[in-house]
Each structure stands twice: as structure tokens, then as C-alpha cells.
Design a protein around this ligand. Structure first.
Ligand code: KG4
Ligand code: ZN
Length: 340
């Protein structure tokens, strides 16, 4: 094992093109190019996403190397997101990484995006302390809502997941109903801060550790339609309170489920990961849980919550240590599971 292992990682699973250089567990650069092109469509348009990745990937990789002050020849491995994600988007990063590893004659490492969201907690500056095994992780993003038990770096078990929409989708679809652009999560979070949770939405009754968010979206839609019929300015006049009410309901659903998982497993170390873990209310409730329930909570730095290549890089570093390399036959897998 080398004293210092330099890995270049590429993330292109959805609508952000990102590249990062890591030295062991220390991030030297983490460049993210967001794709503005989707905002007016209320969601990611796959064709536009892959085209934007093709345009962004070279400058993003070059900037990441430059900022890390590293040349391609100093790299020890190339990592990329193998899945899950959008096929066209994944293909851009996969083929770029494969060609680069081939040209430089260095190892290639395919990374599972869902494992990477969780393992982002092992980046040196992710939080004050790193989790120890086993711990639970509430992974909440635009495509996933899961409670995962992590027994070791690559030993993960899904205890529960959504049976329909992901929590990020609930945020984005609510934003669309309210006339806000995509991605809606950060905006709802912003307006919720100055509002009061005066409206109530019924919470779904889903068995065990599973989740459901499509009913909530429909309840919000019917509520807004009814109110707007009576007052066409209802949304503008009550935006903050609507957002606070939605945010409060979502936070309650998530906390109820994670509390149940802690009780049943006896594991009191709880992490959050994924784009929605940037949410202020969810972060606050998880921080408070340390005091109220004696948990140890792990809340990642903002830059490691939404899609980024730093999380791919730190996961690749663990794979490098274990000698888990891939060859040129590896292909993108849009349906990769966290436990595969
Ligand atoms: O992990 P991510 O960047 O991409 C996926 O792998 O899906 O997550 C994106 C999701 C979007 O649905 C976005 O609205 C949501 O994360 N999000 C938030 C916040 N920041 C991003 N949701 C709620 N509150 C936020 N502050
Ligand atoms: Zn993600």
C-alpha cells in the first residue's frame, strides 16, 4: 500500500457533472458543474443532461486536477459512478473514466452512488467525527429514500425504502405545484424558515421501515387546488406557511421511521446522507435527537450532501485499500442497489 494514494473520481449519474481528486481520505478538489438547463422543466430531462455532461466533463476534470495541483501522471487510479442513475448520464462518466484509466495504465474503480452518499461521512473534513460500525443511515435524495444498516464499508443492508416517490421528489413535485423552479427542495426549505406549520397533511401509514410519499404529494395538490379556487392569490399570500407545513410533515415522517429503526436495531449511531440531508429542519431534528434520545448523529457538510465526486473519491479510496478494482468490461448500471 502506498503512503499517499491519489485518485481522480468522476460523478455523472444525474444532472451534476463533478470531478474530485483525493489523497487518501483528504479531498484536494471537488468541482461541481450544475446544469441550469432543467430548471424550467420542473425536473431533469435525461437527453439534455447527457448532452450537458459531454460538454462539461473535460473542463470539470481539468479544473479538478489543476485545483488539486496534480498531474494525470501522478494519479494511482480513476474512479467513476457506475450507477444507479440515468443511463445516458452514467455512460458519459463511465466511458470517460475507462478511456483515461486505459491511457494512463492505472486501475479503474466503479463506485455505487448510493454507497458513496453514505461513505461521504468518511471524508476527512466531512464532520467532526467519523461513524463507527455498525451505524444507521437515512439516505434521502431525489431518487431514493432508504434506511440502511451499515456493518462495514461494503456491507450494507436496506432496512426500509420508499414504495413509490422519493422524498426529494415530494419536495420537487410540491415546488412544481407551487410554481417554484426545479430543484424545489432548497427553495421550500428557504421559505419554510420564515413560515409557520399551520396546515396539516395526513401522514402515510406504511408497514415496517418503509416509506411512501406519493399520497402526500396528492394531498398537497388537492389542498392547493381547493384553496386557490376560493382565493386565487392563496399561494403568494401564504407561501411561507405552506412550505413550513410541508417541511414539518416530511420531517415528522422521516423522524418517526428512523426512531422506529433505532428502537428495533438498538443502534443509536444515526447518519443522514443524500441531497435532502441538506435540509435545515431535518438537520435540526437529528441534532436535537442527540440530546433527547442519546443518539450520536452524523450530519455531513453541505458540499457532501447533494451529488458530488468527493463522495465517489472517498468510496474509491476504500476500494483501493481492499484491492477492489474493475476491468474494462465494466458497464454502467442504472439500477444498481446499495447492497450490491
Ligand atoms: O442527492 P441528490 O443531489 O441527487 C440524487 O441523487 O437524487 O439529491 C437531489 C434532491 C432534489 O430532489 C433536491 O430538491 C433535494 O435533493 N434537496 C433538498 C435540499 N437541497 C437539495 N431538499 C430539501 N431541502 C434542501 N435544502
Ligand atoms: Zn445522489
Amino acid at each position: 500500500m502506498l503512503d499517499k494514494t491519489y485518485i481522480l473520481a468522476i460523478e455523472s449519474s444525474c444532472d451534476d457533472t463533478s470531478a474530485s481528486v483525493i489523497c487518501n481520505e483528504q479531498i484536494l478538489s471537488n468541482i461541481v458543474a450544475n446544469q441550469e438547463v432543467h430548471s424550467k422543466y420542473g425536473g431533469v430531462v435525461p437527453e439534455l443532461a447527457s448532452r450537458a455532461h459531454q460538454q462539461n466533463i473535460l473542463p470539470v476534470v481539468e479544473t479538478a486536477l489543476k485545483q488539486a495541483n496534480i498531474t494525470k501522471e501522478q494519479l494511482n487510479a480513476i474512479a467513476f459512478t457506475q450507477g444507479p442513475g440515468l443511463m445516458g448520464s452514467l455512460l458519459v462518466g463511465t466511458s470517460f473514466a475507462k478511456s483515461l484509466a486505459l491511457a494512463l495504465e492505472i486501475p479503474l474503480i466503479g463506485v455505487n452512488h448510493m454507497q458513496a452518499h453514505i461513505l461521504a461521512h468518511f471524508i476527512d473534513d466531512a464532520s467532526e467525527q467519523k461513524p463507527t460500525f455498525p451505524f444507521l443511515c437515512l439516505t434521502i435524495s431525489g431518487g431514493h429514500t432508504q434506511i440502511v444498516k451499515i456493518s462495514n464499508y461494503f456491507s450494507m443492508e436496506i432496512l426500509g425504502e420508499t414504495i413509490d416517490d422519493a422524498v426529494g421528489e415530494a419536495y420537487d413535485k410540491t415546488a412544481k405545484i407551487l410554481g417554484l423552479p426545479y430543484p424545489g427542495g432548497p427553495l421550500i426549505d428557504k421559505y419554510a424558515k420564515t413560515g409557520k406549520a399551520v396546515y396539516t397533511f395526513s401522514k402515510p401509514k406504511v408497514k415496517e421501515h418503509h416509506f411512501s410519499f406519493s399520497g402526500l404529494k396528492t394531498a398537497i395538490l388537492y389542498f392547493i387546488q381547493k384553496e386557490v379556487k376560493e382565493n386565487p392569490n392563496f399561494i403568494e399570500e401564504n407561501l411561507e406557511n405552506i412550505c413550513a407545513s410541508v417541511q414539518n410533515t416530511i420531517a415528522e415522517i422521516l423522524m418517526d421511521k428512523i426512531k422506529k429503526a433505532v428502537k428495533e436495531t438498538g443502534i443509536k449511531q444515526v447518519a443522514i446522507a443524500g441531497g435532502v440531508s441538506a435540509n435545515s429542519e431535518i438537520r435540526k431534528r437529528l441534532t436535537d435527537a442527540q440530546k433527547h434520545f442519546g443518539w450520536k448523529s452524523y450530519i455531513p457538510k453541505f458540499e457532501y450532501t447533494t451529488d458530488n465526486a468527493a463522495m465517489i473519491a472517498v468510496t474509491a479510496y476504500q476500494k483501493y485499500r481492499l484491492g477492489l478494482f474493475d476491468d474494462q468490461s465494466i458497464t454502467a448500471n442504472p439500477r444498481l442497489k446499495v447492497n450490491s
